[in-house]
Design a protein around this ligand. Structure first.
Ligand SMILES: *Cc1c(COP(=O)(O)O)cnc(C)c1O
Length: 388
């Protein structure tokens, strides 16, 4: 039922969003792929089935979702998971059991927590470094380093890793390179085209886009790696359900339209904050003032709706509690705007000393610009900031 993987798809990005991985259902002609809400499939005889045995192994709705997102990343294979963290864990268990990983130090808080508080139990050693610095990566590499994990832009500081440069380092060392591209989405950034081996997304965010599910996906080009990932996934079980797969497919149909607005709104809000006297610094790779703006322009097509800004602690609290359109919530990438204070929310699990060293203080506010009218969003922030 699914179409050939993305690698062979010559159609343009916006068309892939709507069509890749999907064709009319063969029995009825239903234009929308059904939710195959089933745990098992009736077999025609012993050892005779139709390619579908059990839902942990195969599900047409999930397979369509995987083919669709693989096509958006320009990769051959998509391997979907029950969450972004499940995807990251499966990759590590598949390629680096009992070995070493070098990771960006400013990742999503849950990723840092898994790397520092769970992987040691699995015998996987992780070294956290500032991946903006090639020298720091090189110094951290060991003979048993199997994976370099980047997150670009990073959460919540919007650091940009030079993906192509790190790819060269990884190649020479014989390590794989994975890029968490959740903040960019495939609309803005294509890590595989820059040479990365694996792209990971928390599909919870921009890909599904409507704040109504958890999901993750790995996209890879290499056939053997894809097969190995699918083997570990079916043997351990962190799969997304059919309805979540279907909702994710529903989401990606409008990814190109949503991202264009997220990009526009992110820029408008960054410019507004940059000009506001209460703001000490704005972190948004689309601003010429961002220290890696040129690199971001080279490897990204747009800069998404994600940004963070530094305030006094009192102003940060007033802003986070005072907006009405920006909802005070963890998560991001939904159609509705969200605001959070990472130090006490998404990154509370990162030890305080590490947080402060990175600059994730109680005054740092993270914003996810939704797809509302930018004028309303700016007014919402203005009102909350200027409240006496
Ligand atoms: C949310 C997020 C994750 C984790 O994904 P879940 O779906 O919540 O498990 C990983 N990386 C980044 C950049 C994220 O924003």
């Amino acid at each position: 039922m699914s179409e050939p993987p993305g690698h062979f798809d010559t159609r343009r990005f916006d068309t892939r969003c709507v069509h890749a991985g999907q064709s009319p259902e063969p029995v009825t002609g239903a234009i929308t792929l059904p939710v195959f809400q089933t745990s098992t499939y009736v077999q025609d005889g012993l050892g005779r089935h139709r390619g579908y045995e059990y839902a942990r192994l195969q599900n047409p709705t999930r397979e369509a979702c995987e083919a669709n997102i693989a096509a958006l990343e320009g990769g051959r294979h998509g391997v979907a998971f029950s969450s972004g963290l499940a995807a990251i864990e499966c990759l590590a268990k598949t390629v680096a059991p009992g070995a070493h990983i070098v990771s960006e130090e400013n990742t999503y808080g849950g990723t840092t927590r898994m790397f520092t508080q769970v992987f040691d139990r699995l015998g996987i050693d992780v070294t956290l470094v500032d991946t903006r610095d090639a020298g720091a990566i090189r110094a951290a590499l060991r003979p048993d380093t199997r994976l370099i994990h980047l997150e670009s832009p990073s959460n919540p500081l919007m650091r940009i890793a030079d993906i192509a440069a790190v790819v060269e380092l990884a190649r020479r060392h014989g390590a794989l390179i994975c890029v968490d591209s959740t903040f960019a989405s495939p609309f803005n950034q294509k890590p595989l085209a820059l040479g990365a081996d694996v792209v990971v997304h928390s599909t919870t965010k921009y890909l599904a886009g409507h704040s109504d599910l958890l999901g993750g996906i790995l996209v890879v080009d290499d056939d053997a790696l894809a097969e190995d990932l699918r083997f570990v996934r079916k043997s351990t079980g962190p799969l997304p359900g059919p309805l979540d797969s279907w909702l994710t497919l529903r989401g990606t149909k409008t990814l190109h339209l949503r991202m264009a607005r997220h990009n526009e709104n992110g820029m408008r809000i960054a410019e507004f904050l940059q000009s506001h006297p209460a703001v000490r610094a704005v972190h948004y790779p689309g601003l010429p003032a961002h220290p890696q703006h040129d690199l971001a322009r080279r490897q990204m097509r747009g800069f998404s709706g994600m940004l963070s800004a530094e305030f006094s602690h009192a102003d940060a609290k007033r802003l986070a509690e005072g907006t009405t359109l920006f909802r005070l919530a963890e998560s991001l990438g939904g159609v509705e705007s969200m605001i959070c204070v990472p130090a006490v929310m998404t990154h509370a699990s990162v030890p305080e000393a590490a947080r402060l060293r990175l600059g994730i203080t109680g005054g740092l506010v993270r914003l996810s610009a939704g797809i509302e009218d930018a004028r309303d969003l700016v007014e919402d922030l203005e009102r909350a900031l200027d409240k006496p």
